[in-house]
Design a protein around this ligand. Sequence first.
Ligand code: MN
Ligand code: MN
Length: 307
Amino acid sequence: MDLEKLKIAGDIHKQVYEYVKTIFKPKIKLFDLSQNIENKINELCNFNNQYNNIAFPVGISINNCAAHWTPNSKDNKIELLNDDLCKIDYGIQIDGNIIDGAYTLSLSNKYDELIEIAKTATNIGINESGIDAVLGDIGSIIQEYIESNEITINDKLCKVKSTVDICGHLILPYKIHGNKAVPNIKIQYNERMKEDETYAIETFPTTGNGKLSEDILNVSHYMFNYNKYDINKIQLNNNLFNKIKTKYNTLAFCKKWLDKYNEKEFNELLRKDYVKKYPPLYDIPNSYIAQYEKTIYIKSNGVEILN
Ligand code: MN
Ligand code: MN
């Protein structure tokens, strides 16, 4: 990865955050929120990028939804409510150098403690990062911190848990999920960080049980299955595939970006495992989950926080 390009993409991520704070208002439609974020990213990415500037669909995950929800076209009436706990997760890529970052916002202040725990946990994860850091150890420290907290929401005392099923990850050129994870729980995992690697560090403290389930009926995120196939070697008689390859390649995408597409072709790509679904992930009903995510670059003498 190219540190200079990552820095530019990281600055754009920060500028978009400043913009999001100005439009995060009561009753904004979540569809419009995601659309405005996409437009802002494109406006700020005024350079020649071979593939989509937006590295993956804009996540707008509410309350007990942890990740991977973006409004589909049919969801265009859902409004932001005063009590919503909203995780906003978006990415910028420049020539495959991806920044993945997220934060949690709410119009209500009742989740402030939970949001603060997410921030602190991610910062702890970053402080533990660097050359030779053992990834399993980082997970253990993150979990220990998160689960030392008890908070009050709606006059109810809640234990805070760390999340098992979603965690930080290595980022590779054009590939959001590299082959190393940064766990949010204590597990035996002796892989180490190395110089010049790029990682997303993201934590998810929750008042639920930290074990997530997929809502397979409401999928919005998709990605070419680059763990199984080399996209540049695949030739298919499928127009949709060629469109995906040309515009997104191995970057994630959502259905609403495809405008007119043939459902049969889409299903063929899913059936043959060329494209994978990334369904929204939920903790148990009536729980609240927060997220805070930064992309970092491992240098010989420390880490660079990029967004
Ligand atoms: Mn993310
Ligand atoms: Mn991530």
